[in-house]
Design a protein around this ligand. Structure first.
Ligand code: OGA
Ligand code: NI
Length: 336
């Protein structure tokens, strides 16, 4: 069985060690670091889309449709408010995952992942020796199709984590289905277009809870290097109070200022391709800080595993694609 090429360093242990300097492997080249911007970052922000009317079961209204479609064309990112998702489920999801990351290391280690399926508790993506590392730990789980769901890999503590994660992901997938209808209509296509292109009921979904511990030298590293998401749609439940996510727009990095209770939605590479590049899969990254830890929960909603990828049996199993897109992006940047 494939294993990590070197012992995995959990960022949370580094953060708690009290060292004032981060290990060299986490130091990014100057061109990739966050610089103090004076430019558009101050004034630009990703669109906020209010679907209050629709979430209550009303028909899609023209104005909302246009706003959502434009957001996907111009930014590939937006914050969704009045999305109709149960507030308690959302708060509970954040609570259980935060509790998990605060468990003693030995208990988290019981779920240590391997680069075969990536399911479980981990800190790195990719098996390249001496690779540059990001300042974050994560927990990765396959959610759909159900036959890939393995509850043994799901933490049993805190007690309600499994139930909460099940409820949360079920609701998010419902929301994704609705967003896909809107995205189809926004292209002037039948509302079932994306749903069918994703394999109907055989879509895939996986979850990554990301934990960004406090960092003593945040200006030298990144919580997550610049990448675009390889799948269909991503629904991100972000920390309401700690910023960190940045989206690249017209060459500038724009910091997302989370609206409390909103969900952050972004288009992945697959929808960019299926829409003929009309909808954008935007580059994004995560900045860390020395004051506050940050938690986010990403749900990747993906086409059926073997639709685009031939014999690869699941999109979710190939999170390494994410890693290759990071590499490709940095190559593109390097070449431009
Ligand atoms: C991701 C991602 C952003 C965040 O997991 O792909 O971009 O804020 N996460 O954690
Ligand atoms: Ni991402």
């Amino acid at each position: 069985m494939q294993q990590w090429p070197e012992p995995v360093i959990h960022v949370q242990s580094l953060s708690e060690s009290g060292d004032r300097a981060i290990p060299e492997r986490f130091i990014k080249p100057p061109s990739e670091r966050v610089t103090a911007h004076q430019g558009p970052e101050k004034t630009m922000s990703i669109p906020i889309i209010d679907i209050g009317g629709i979430a209550n079961g009303n028909k899609f209204d023209e104005e909302t449709m246009r706003a959502l479609s434009n957001a996907c064309k111009e930014w590939g990112f937006f914050q969704l408010v009045n999305h109709g998702m149960n507030k308690e489920i959302i708060e509970k999801a954040k609570e259980v995952w935060r509790e998990f990351f605060h468990l003693p290391m030995i208990e988290k280690q019981a779920f240590a992942n391997s680069p075969v399926t990536y399911e479980g508790y981990g800190s790195r993506v990719g098996v390249e020796k001496n690779a540059s590392l990001d300042w974050s730990d994560y927990f990765f789980l396959n959610i759909f199709p159900k036959n890939l769901r393995n509850y043994e890999k799901w933490p049993s503590f805190p007690n309600s984590l499994r139930e909460t994660t099940k409820n949360y992901t079920k609701e998010v997938v419902k929301l994704c289905m609705m967003l896909m209808e809107m995205l189809s209509l926004g292209l002037g296509l039948d509302k079932e277009y994306f749903r069918e292109a994703f394999g109907g009921d055989e879509y895939g979904a996986c979850l990554r809870a990301c934990f960004y511990p406090k960092c003593p030298q945040p200006e030298l590293t990144l919580g997550l290097s610049s990448h675009s998401d390889p799948g269909g749609l991503t629904v991100l439940l972000s920390d309401d109070h700690v910023t960190g996510l940045q989206v690249r727009k017209d060459g500038e990095w724009v910091t997302v200022k989370p609206v409390p209770g909103a969900l952050i939605i972004n288009i992945g590479d697959q929808i960019q391709v299926m829409s003929n590049d009309i909808y954008k899969s935007a580059e994004h990254r995560v900045q860390v800080n020395s004051e506050k830890e940050r938690l986010s929960i990403a749900l990747f909603f993906n086409p059926k595993g073997d639709i685009q990828l031939g014999r690869l049996n699941s999109f979710c199993l190939h999170i390494s694609l994410l890693f290759s897109s990071i590499t490709l992006l940095s190559m593109n940047i390097g070449n431009s």
